[in-house]
Design a protein around this ligand. Structure first.
Ligand SMILES: CC(C)(COP(=O)(O)OP(=O)(O)OC[C@H]1O[C@@H](n2cnc3c(N)ncnc32)[C@H](O)[C@@H]1OP(=O)(O)O)[C@@H](O)C(=O)NCCC(=O)NCCS
Length: 197
């Protein structure tokens, strides 16, 4: 069932941040697929995608693997829920493939929110929820962000992430290159923002 857009503007009513559920599969895949539609419309989506939209079977495989990683404590996921539906999710996952490697304390963060729900504080609430869940599991959190993804950069900086370096020509979309910045956060000393910021 396609996502019904919320009334626009103002604070978002009924937002909760919760753990991942198996039933989130459809909503999460739908949100992900919508990024390809945005890209096709020429929107400057600041997240790297595949050249072609992955198949439903690929997505079920990806979700199953994510779910397994959560159960194995190799991934932490926070879900933004509005009215019982996942409208965004944030994952923090080990960077190494092998459990128990010497980089096991480092988590790589990714976040996506459905287009209709952006710019209303969901990303901030979701990031805080994910980082709070990740404390005690990960010590360092890394992410990479397209240098022109100003909204995401602003959000990450606001939460204490710092730029570690630049990744020139990081992504190539239909012949156009995009630089990215690698950012990091020390979760050992991180404090959630107060209500005043
Ligand atoms: C990036 C993303 C996760 C942010 O979530 P969001 O719910 O839209 O963000 P929020 O509303 O919580 O906060 C955005 C902040 O950026 C600010 N902002 C919005 N547009 C901005 C812009 N063009 N430049 C700078 N800051 C901007 C907002 O004012 C807000 O800051 P404030 O709290 O100081 O007012 C979301 O937009 C998204 O999913 N985008 C598509 C996928 C993506 O880019 N993922 C990140 C990949 S690294």
């Amino acid at each position: 069932m396609p996502e019904a857009p919320p009334p626009s503007g103002g604070p978002l009513k009924g937002l909760t941040i919760r753990d991942l559920k198996w039933d989130d599969l459809d909503a999460i895949v739908e949100t992900y697929y919508a990024l390809y539609d945005e890209r096709d419309r020429g929107e400057p989506i600041g997240i790297h995608l595949f050249a072609e939209r992955p198949s439903r079977s690929d997505e079920v495989g990806w979700f199953t693997s994510l779910y397994r990683r959560v159960l194995a404590n190799d991934s932490v996921v926070a879900v933004a829920d509005v009215g019982g539906r996942a409208v965004g999710h944030c994952t923090i996952s080990t960077v190494g493939l092998e459990h128990g490697s010497e980089t096991d304390h480092v988590g790589l963060l990714g976040i996506v929110i459905g287009e209709a729900y952006r710019g209303r504080g969901v990303g901030r609430a979701l990031m805080v929820g994910a980082l709070e869940r990740a404390r005690g599991r990960f010590e360092i959190v890394l992410l990479d962000v397209f240098s022109n993804n100003h909204r995401a950069r602003h959000l990450y900086e606001q939460l204490g992430f710092r730029v570690r370096g630049s990744l020139p020509f990081h992504a190539k979309r239909r012949g156009e290159y995009f630089d990215a910045d690698e950012m990091w956060l020390d979760l050992r000393t991180w404090q959630p923002p107060t209500a005043n910021g």
